[in-house]
Design a protein around this ligand. Structure first.
Ligand SMILES: [Zn+2]
Length: 104
């Protein structure tokens, strides 16, 4: 039996989307870390780091959760199939999604 998948457009919160845009443009991504000093006062420290290619890719992978099942580009859609007591997840970019699901 082939159940229909649950299809979700992959969305990010504003901060994540900004981070993705920065990485894609090869720009510096600022990260804020909160430090607590000896008196117990919180300080926000901004780090600006330029991702090396591998690191940027790893971070994008974290944010997207994976790549397009077909072409390995960053995905736009997430498909969740219920297979018994497990879930199978597939991801598709816009192009592969259109090709596979709109041509019917
Ligand atoms: Zn694709």
């Amino acid at each position: 039996m082939n159940k229909k998948p649950v299809i979700k457009k992959i969305k990010f919160i504003k901060q994540e989307q900004e981070e993705i845009d920065l990485i894609n443009r090869g720009q510096v991504v600022p990260t804020v870390k909160t430090r607590i000093d000896k008196k117990g006062i919180k300080h926000d420290v901004i780090y600006r780091k330029h991702f090396a290619y591998g690191t940027a890719n790893k971070r994008l992978f974290e944010l997207f959760g994976g790549t397009c099942t077909v072409c390995k580009q960053w995905p736009d859609y997430k498909f969740t199939y219920d297979v018994g007591d497990a879930k199978r997840i597939e991801r598709y970019c816009q192009k592969c999604y259109d090709k596979r699901w709109k041509s019917r």
